[in-house]
Design a protein around this ligand. Structure first.
Ligand code: IPD
Ligand code: CA
Ligand code: CA
Length: 260
């Protein structure tokens, strides 16, 4: 396990260094949808990560955002977002990260999120706690919504779909201290583990946005369900992550907004 952890941390940091090198340079950009883009940096980071996994663990499966899944019948699978926060990155807004999780027989056992702009390395190993740059993490102790700093995001189909989070955002904004929409979901979730945010929710995220962050949060004592309070898994249509204390009050706001 130690070897896998060191491998993942080194690789996320290497990919992050590559992203920093390309940051603020002119980039080739392709559009996957009206507002959903991918840059050459996403691909370069992904190529580096996949090549290293293939070389070191040739029998491991890989699910990574910009490439077809590699399923080798192994009980291990890496779940990767080679650049979370691509829109920020493409605009020169320095909020982005690399996210890598390792799943064994369907359970996430290792999560690493690296923010190269701050050189923040978040690491969680199942049963062994969550750490930021070697320091043990715990979720915040904020007791109520009124004092809470939340984070959220909006899906790429915000223009076409009614299920676009604007109703929940409007309802929640009146209940809390503030809500941030920083644009890198993996980092938002890691920040719950670090106690920097008290709660986070989003609709239509993908496994690579959530896998590593969710282990960090579990290991830091936080709570994860869907936004109506049902059990969450990586294929759920939405996610609610919190310090635990404000979980039920957040669900009550979502239920009210959905009903009204
Ligand atoms: C996106 C970011 C964003 C979130 C989107 C994600 P990407 O990931 O995490 O914060 O609102 O739903 O898809 O495209 O930058 O990897
Ligand atoms: Ca992402
Ligand atoms: Ca991405």
């Amino acid at each position: 396990m130690q070897q896998l952890k060191e491998f993942a941390v080194n690789l996320a940091q290497e990919a992050g260094a590559l992203l920093m090198k390309k940051f603020a340079q002119s980039l080739e950009i392709h559009y996957k949808g009206d507002i959903n883009l991918v840059t050459e940096a996403d691909k370069m980071s992904e190529n580096l990560i996949i090549a290293a996994i293939r070389q070191n663990f040739p029998d491991h499966g890989i699910l990574s955002e910009e490439s077809p899944a590699i399923l080798d019948g192994s009980s291990f699978r890496w779940i990767i977002d080679p650049l979370d926060g691509t829109t920020n990155y493409a605009h020169g807004y320095p909020v982005f990260c690399v996210s890598m999780a390792l799943e064994k027989e369907g359970e996430i056992i290792l999560g690493v999120i690296y923010d190269p702009t701050r050189q923040d390395t978040f690491v969680a190993e199942r049963g062994e706690g969550a750490y930021l740059n070697g320091k043990k993490l715990a979720v915040s102790a904020t007791p109520d919504l009124n004092r809470s700093l939340l984070a959220t995001g909006f899906p790429y189909d915000i223009r076409e779909s009614k299920d676009n989070n604007l109703n929940y955002f409007a309802a929640m904004a009146k209940e809390v201290q503030a809500i941030r929409r920083a644009g890198a979901a993996a980092l938002d979730i890691a920040y719950i583990a670090a106690g920097r945010f008290d709660g986070f929710w989003e609709l239509k995220l993908q496994p690579w946005d959530m896998a590593a962050g969710c282990l960090l949060v579990e290991e830091a004592g936080g709570k994860i369900t869907d936004i109506m309070g049902s059990p969450w898994n990586m294929l759920s249509p939405n996610i609610l992550v919190s310090n635990g204390r404000i979980h039920e009050p957040m669900i009550a706001v979502f239920k009210r907004a959905a009903g009204g």
